[in-house]
Design a protein around this ligand. Sequence first.
Ligand SMILES: *[C@@H]1O[C@H](CO)[C@@H](O)[C@H](O)[C@H]1NC(C)=O
Ligand SMILES: *[C@@H]1O[C@H](CO)[C@@H](O)[C@H](O)[C@H]1NC(C)=O
Length: 533
Amino acid sequence: MSAGFLPFLLSGMLMCGVLLHMSDHVDKPSRKPNFIVILADDIGWGDLDTNQPEAKANNTPCLNLMAEQGLRFTDFHSPASTCSPSRAAVLTGRYGLRNGVTHNFAVSSVAGLPLSEVTLPQLLQRDGYYTAMIGKWHLGHIGPYGPTNRGFNYYLGIPYSNDMGCTDVPGYNLPQCPPCDSSGPKVISVHGGCYSKVGLPLIENDSIVEQPLDLWTLTEQYKSAATRIIQTARYNRGQPYLLYVALAHMHVPLAPPLPPDAPSTAFHQESSKVYADSLQEMDSLVGALKSISDDTDRDNTLIWFTGDNGPWEQKCQYAGSVGPFTGTWQTSRGGGSAKRTTWEGGHRVPTVAYWPGMIPANTTSSALLSGMDIFPTLLSLAGVPPPSDRHYDGIDATNILLHGEQSGREFLFHPNSGAAGKFGDLQTVRMGKHKAFYITGTSESCGGATGRQQVHNPPLIFDLQRDRAEETPLKVGTPEYQAVVEQITRRREELLWDIATDESVSTADYSIDESLAPCCDPRRTVCRCDTLG
Ligand SMILES: *[C@@H]1O[C@H](CO)[C@@H](O)[C@H](O)[C@H]1NC(C)=O
Ligand SMILES: *[C@@H]1O[C@H](CO)[C@@H](O)[C@H](O)[C@H]1NC(C)=O
């Protein structure tokens, strides 16, 4: 630890409330553990201060402290590089090629995560857990596809991304989107633009409670709902619980805290500060959840923070940092290398796990892991066997979490999330320190440039230990290359065969019906309603 780090930690401890409370140490017999899974949206690996201390940023004091009291993963990956597939894989422990979710659902999607899929909350709920979700679902919101029909007892949040609908006071975005009243019932542009056919709805259980919702008070709403859930679960129900918090942060539009006297309709900040301010707000929300949990059932609660995919580079100053994972091979040929791509910036995400007394404090793990591993790990900690009628892709990481085991996954496949080839295709493979691309592809960079998709036969192979920027592939034909390519090719064929012969593969219905866009009261402009009072 550098000398400059200590004051930084102390201020973090004060801000995050650590010195301010002593938790009543509840005795811990064989009670089942509580789980709080926090999924940030579009966060960059480099956004977590402790992932790159040399940058000397001080945006995430609460997460830094959580890492200091828990375990920080440096080689943890989202299961996909875009929203719906990543979330589907977290909740099912399966690749999109099995669970059917290979790309994003739309505002007027008729379906969602296939009903044949079994979710983590369903399994825990059946086992006696109280299950609640706060935040962005994005796995289908019509009828049986909504969160309260997929295993959650309670839900409060946005059914999809926070840019998929207008609001009265828009947050920061690029392009800047107009407010609901001036945009009217039309679609201005779709990809990366402003969808304003209906206002952004806030849903509680299966009803719209506010439309358009107020982006600027959402953090407070999430915080008070989470507080209520954690406290009620502990004191009133005495049940173990799963709380899944899928944050609106750091996805655009960003709506960082307003200065105390700011008129609420005015844009108040220099655009260069907006991302950092939002990141700090996210961090203090995470700190608040940790504090509430520490005050209620500290020694029996695992908090697992991670991200759904890398930063949305196209949003320029409103996008996060990939740190050293710049995907230079790609960016030097044009285009972006973060969200939607299988370059490291697309899926390597900041990840911290915290469980006082169970997870050794102040530890770092470079084990190769994926968000898909959350499913089998939580089930294993809860003592719930997953149904044996299907194949899973996640691994049980209990020994890595609790016992310092270092070896993670032998292989990890990164699905195409729109940058190259067919959606969901497993064209990028990680084995140890090596990573092979059978197809490369790119997303839009800041400024909108894209490179082209390119097939590689033989594959491009990078050594991530020597070359985190993925700049210079190994020379084809060297003994190192040969050894790696043979193993990777064989394992990839085995996996594809396993999926091809898996009888439990689901297919998602991606069809659209414009009349199904969530709408509180179609007679009023962009479906205005407010039942929150
Ligand atoms: C955490 O680990 C770092 C690096 O090993 C060490 O310098 C630091 O003192 C540790 N902090 C605490 C609170 O133990
Ligand atoms: C949501 O469901 C919970 C649990 O069933 C219930 O207590 C609450 O009143 C419901 N809220 C709404 C707005 O229906």
